[in-house]
Design a binder for this molecule. Structure first.
Ligand code: SAH
Ligand code: SF4
Length: 369
């Protein structure tokens, strides 16, 4: 994966082609008219894309054949092509590596559980935040993804589910988590557009409930404050990884700009305004951030707040000396947080062997046994 990334051209400065999913319904009508077509073609195309999940213009038979090709070329251009799909867990976890129009590589992961299906999406090609334990962070930022490139990852997952290509019969996407490559709040406008497209009712969008959406951030305080004003009932997750500035400055370099106290204050404000419980993500790294005294400090910072902690066993990245905590240290960490009455779960390691390739995670949570 890493060598693939290095071999591709940088995408800086170039923009992906515009796509239906970049536009809101009014803009789509405007685009249809600009192409010399009646405005209602926009609704027809939206239905094909968001409701039927069509990927072949030839099946759009309610649009005259003469117009179909041009509309599809202008409003449904190919954005991402599959480099490879990797399965595990009997086919119910599937990671897709995508190539953008300019060669950048991004990935998404589909995870099917008995009761729900989650898609983990990338918001940027690469990431500029430089967290040393994260494989994505090591390559730097290549470029922001467009709204439609983010939406496409979910539409592609919805399509394979709808067509019964994932074991368990035909299904749909219930949850979307922004926990793939990139820092979603550093690509604010495109991510906000994607949130609208994912959650707008069919056929304007995919009709996924905002309550099923989680945006994970490294802690960009101004963007968290701005998101709080958008009135979106989504779950916001903060990648904290250390309760003290001294350690967090090294694990999460943006902490030097927005330290622990400031970012937690922004999260509590978000929780208050949205009346939604926020999540704290904490990758447990052996002998680095998993000491009992750090669990104590974390417990004291979080107790009494509308919060839930997700502990994530570190996925070791190639070339790094860091590894996951010992089971006893993990258990003690959980015990101490719970002693402060902080809701705490350990994320399961599902899909680890495939999702681990980029140092990212499957997003499901399982209570600690
Ligand atoms: N940039 C955002 C979202 C993408 S990363 C963020 O950092 O929150 C999604 C989650 O995976 C974050 O909590 C991140 O810290 C975590 N992560 C990254 N690399 C990891 C690794 N090697 N092992 C465990 N968790 C990791
Ligand atoms: Fe970027 Fe998140 Fe990785 Fe940090 S953990 S480098 S913010 S993707």
């Amino acid at each position: 994966m890493k060598s693939d990334v290095l071999l591709t051209r940088t995408g800086r400065g170039s923009r992906p082609p515009q796509h239906l999913a970049d536009l809101d319904p009014a803009e789509r009508r405007g685009a249809a008219v600009a192409l010399g077509e009646p405005a209602y073609r926009a609704e027809q195309l939206s239905r094909h894309y968001f409701a039927r999940l069509a990927d072949d213009a030839a099946t759009m038979t309610d649009i005259p054949a003469a117009a179909r090709g041009r509309l599809a070329a202008e409003l449904l251009p190919p954005l991402l092509s599959v480099v490879r799909d990797v399965d595990c867990d009997g086919g119910t976890t599937r990671k897709t590596l995508w190539r953008g129009f300019d060669g950048v590589l991004v990935e998404s992961v589909l995870m099917r559980y008995p009761d729900r299906t989650t898609v983990c999406v990338s918001s940027q090609a690469g990431c500029g935040m430089g967290c040393p334990f994260c494989a994505t962070g090591q390559g730097g930022l290549r470029r922001n993804l467009s709204t439609a490139e983010i939406v496409e990852q979910v539409v592609a997952a919805a399509r394979v589910l709808d067509r019964g290509l994932v074991p368990g019969g035909a299904g749909r996407v219930d949850n979307v988590v922004f926990m793939g490559m990139g820092e979603p709040l550093a690509n604010y406008r495109a991510v906000l557009g994607a949130l609208r497209r994912l959650t707008d009712p069919v056929p304007a969008g995919l009709g996924i409930s905002l309550r099923g959406v989680t945006v994970s951030t490294v802690g960009l305080v101004p963007a968290i404050c701005r998101l709080a004003t958008e009135d979106l009932a989504l779950t916001l997750a903060l990648s904290l990884h250390a309760p003290d500035d001294e350690l967090r400055d090294t694990l999460v370099p943006v902490n030097r700009r927005w330290p622990v106290a400031e970012v937690l204050a922004a999260m509590w404000d978000y929780a208050r305004r949205s009346s939604r419980r926020v999540s704290i993500e904490y990758a447990l790294i052996r002998d680095i951030n998993d000491q009992p005294e750090r669990a104590e400090l974390l417990g004291r910072l979080l107790r009494g707040q509308l919060v839930h902690v997700n502990l994530i066993p570190l996925n070791p990245t190639p070339g790094s000396a860091w590894t996951a905590s010992r089971p006893a240290a993990q258990r003690e960490f959980v015990r101490r947080l719970r002693a402060h009455r902080v809701a705490t779960t350990v994320r399961d390691t599902r899909g680890r062997e495939i999702a681990g390739a980029c140092g990212q995670l499957s997003a499901s949570e399982e209570p600690q046994a």
